[in-house]
Design a protein around this ligand. Sequence first.
Ligand SMILES: NC(=O)c1ccc[n+]([C@@H]2O[C@H](COP(=O)([O-])OP(=O)(O)OC[C@H]3O[C@@H](n4cnc5c(N)ncnc54)[C@H](OP(=O)(O)O)[C@@H]3O)[C@@H](O)[C@H]2O)c1
Length: 135
Amino acid sequence: MIGMIYAISPEGVIGLAGRIPWHHPGDLRRFQRITLGATVISGRATFDSVGKPLRNRRNIVVTSRPLAVAGVETAATLVEAIERAGVGGDVWLIGGARIYEEGMKYADVIDVTYVPDPVDAPNAVRAPPIDETVF
Ligand SMILES: NC(=O)c1ccc[n+]([C@@H]2O[C@H](COP(=O)([O-])OP(=O)(O)OC[C@H]3O[C@@H](n4cnc5c(N)ncnc54)[C@H](OP(=O)(O)O)[C@@H]3O)[C@@H](O)[C@H]2O)c1
């Protein structure tokens, strides 16, 4: 199973200035619970915003640049990351926007949390639209 998981504001925002512009501990706990034991694939900026691998998960970061962090594997493309993850276990694509956009064609499920916090910022990072005839 390949899933994508994210939280969005009413405007469809997922990130602002390299971070998530709200704090909902319950959502973070749910994210932990769902992704525990799985392989998580992220873009470089999402990894940098956390700064370390997520515990008890296999971490693969998509990047064209070197990244030498213990417990983190890298891949040059999303396809390579998915191939590296292999079959058999769950794989979650955990952001950001380009990973979600490209991931639409590989994902079996999309898990979206709608947070109520308005984010009024034209430079914010937005989630791509979901084709509801597919998901
Ligand atoms: N609300 C949520 O649930 C949620 C979840 C995740 C992240 N976020 C937020 O989203 C923001 C980061 O997202 P972002 O879209 O700006 O960045 P991102 O996707 O995390 O990282 C972008 C970088 O990752 C690499 N990359 C990503 N997709 C790629 C692809 N398909 N093929 C090749 N390389 C790829 C490239 O790295 P190189 O330049 O090194 O080659 C690219 O510059 C942050 O604010 C973060 O906090 C929010």
